[in-house]
Design a protein around this ligand. Structure first.
Ligand SMILES: CC(C)(COP(=O)(O)OP(=O)(O)OC[C@H]1O[C@@H](n2cnc3c(N)ncnc32)[C@H](O)[C@@H]1OP(=O)(O)O)[C@@H](O)C(=O)NCCC(=O)NCCSC(=O)CC(=O)O
Length: 302
């Protein structure tokens, strides 16, 4: 059975368009220099802290800044963009495996698609389809950062975790491209799927769509699942690196593993604390999603 015109169009726009196939990570691309990365992270942290301090000086701690439909629109935009990145990466990875399998097989016998997803052959360059989507993921981080400012305005909350987590993710996605790091295809698939689900949920609850009931611990539960999957994949990368001919970008991978380990510890600490508080019967703002805690707070204020 031949694919439908809609499937063909999707395939073309997500994995066969010349801009995708001929993509190359070069210093002429927006955001591709170390100077830009360091400035962006510093500016983000500074702007978030300044906004938080400014609001603390100008408004009482319980006063929230109403933002109307902006948080819901932002959640919808992040969710749709993440779903597009997920679909693009999936189709591009399939096309890349189909087109380059012969090349890796020539170098290493029995090298299969799963191994390629976990461990790029040494000498892999940041060009072609999957790196196009890696760049799209890196750019999408900037849209993602806006949420920190929306949370500061609406919930009057700024946690060190958020600053750390968002900065780490920006650095991680830059390193993926800069060092053609192994495992990035799987990491993008898992992370963009998580964003599509978490932000879809945030949009759904914010817009009050049918069945929109904030669920206790939804975001942190999703986070724990993702980080556990990452842990399993990281172990597999290490195993392949040590047992085979080595994986490309292993230095960047080691650095990202440390960042991931720090986030994993913070999330687990938060998760255990949240469960423990729930057991003792005291609620915790923010564990059932932004919209739920916002609505509770709004209810208290009204
Ligand atoms: C789940 C997320 C969508 C959450 O993102 P957000 O956009 O809400 O941003 P955020 O950073 O402000 O996170 C806030 C949420 O974290 C949860 N949370 C967990 N631990 C927390 C802690 N210690 N302090 C405060 N909040 C904490 C809360 O439930 C809160 O949700 P709320 O505010 O609703 O209560 C995602 O950003 C995330 O954290 N992903 C896990 C890290 C990740 O993706 N790693 C992949 C890297 S792959 C990789 O690195 C591969 C490689 O090594 O190469």
């Amino acid at each position: 059975m031949s694919p439908s015109p809609a499937t063909n169009a999707l395939q073309y726009w997500l994995s066969e368009h010349p801009a995708i196939v001929n993509f190359r990570w070069t210093t002429t691309l927006w955001g591709s220099t170390w100077y830009f990365l360091v400035s962006a992270v510093a500016l983000y942290i500074l702007a978030a802290v300044l906004l938080h301090l400014l609001l603390s000086l100008l408004l009482s701690p319980r006063r929230r800044v109403p933002l109307g439909p902006i948080p819901a629109a932002h959640s919808l935009a992040v969710s749709l963009l993440s779903a597009a990145i997920f679909a693009g990466t999936l189709l591009s990875a399939a096309a890349e495996i189909r087109d380059t399998r012969w090349l890796w097989r020539r170098r290493t016998k029995n090298y299969n698609a799963l191994q390629w997803l976990l461990c790029f052959p040494i000498g892999t360059r940041a060009s072609g389809r999957v790196f196009f989507w890696s760049y799209a993921f890196y750019l999408s981080r900037f849209l993602h950062l806006l949420r920190t400012f929306l949370v500061v305005l609406r919930r009057r909350k700024l946690s060190a975790f958020t600053l750390l987590n968002q900065s780490f993710l920006l650095v991680t996605s830059f390193l993926w491209l800069e060092f053609s790091q192994s495992f990035q295809v799987l990491a993008i698939l898992l992370t963009s799927l998580l964003y599509a689900v978490v932000y879809g949920y945030r949009f759904w609850t914010a817009a009050g769509l049918p069945g929109a009931r904030p669920r206790f611990g939804f975001v942190v539960n999703c986070q724990v699942v993702l980080l556990c999957c990452n842990l399993v994949c990281h172990s597999a990368v290490l195993l392949l690196h040590l047992s085979g001919g080595g994986c490309n970008g292993i230095g960047a991978w080691g650095f990202n593993s440390v960042l991931n380990g720090v986030i994993l510890l913070l999330v687990f600490k938060f998760y255990i604390g949240m469960r423990w508080r729930r057991k003792r019967g005291s609620g915790d703002e923010g564990v059932d999603g932004e919209e739920g805690s916002h609505r509770r707070a709004a209810g208290k204020e009204e």
